[in-house]
Design a protein around this ligand. Structure first.
Ligand SMILES: [Zn+2]
Length: 101
């Protein structure tokens, strides 16, 4: 998968379109990612102790990786990524500036 944990991505479809966020977690098998502050779902939390109120918390839900573009840390543009082999190592490069991402 081309997007990894720690990347900053731009959302290109859905209700959070045009927003940016940091990838908190990647799920390569499902081709989904969890992005900070994106696709928030309300979750009801039960009270932990008697007498306490339950509360509603907002948690991000995973989104499909095809709905995002990587923001290149080198040139700052939303980009597609490619790969190249350098010294037998596969590195991910930005298609816009050609630098390693
Ligand atoms: Zn770049």
């Amino acid at each position: 998968m081309k997007i990894r944990k720690g990347d900053t991505v731009l959302i290109i479809s859905g209700k959070d379109r045009a927003r940016k966020g940091k990838v908190l977690k990647a799920f390569p098998k499902e081709r989904k990612i969890l992005v900070e502050g994106i696709n928030l779902r309300k979750k009801h939390q039960r009270p932990k102790r008697a007498g306490e109120k339950g509360q509603i918390i907002q948690m991000p839900a995973p989104i499909d990786v095809s709905n995002v573009k990587l923001i290149c840390p080198k040139c700052g543009k939303a980009t597609r990524v490619g790969y190249k082999i350098v010294e037998k190592k596969k590195i991910r490069v930005c298609k816009k500036c050609g630098q390693e991402t």
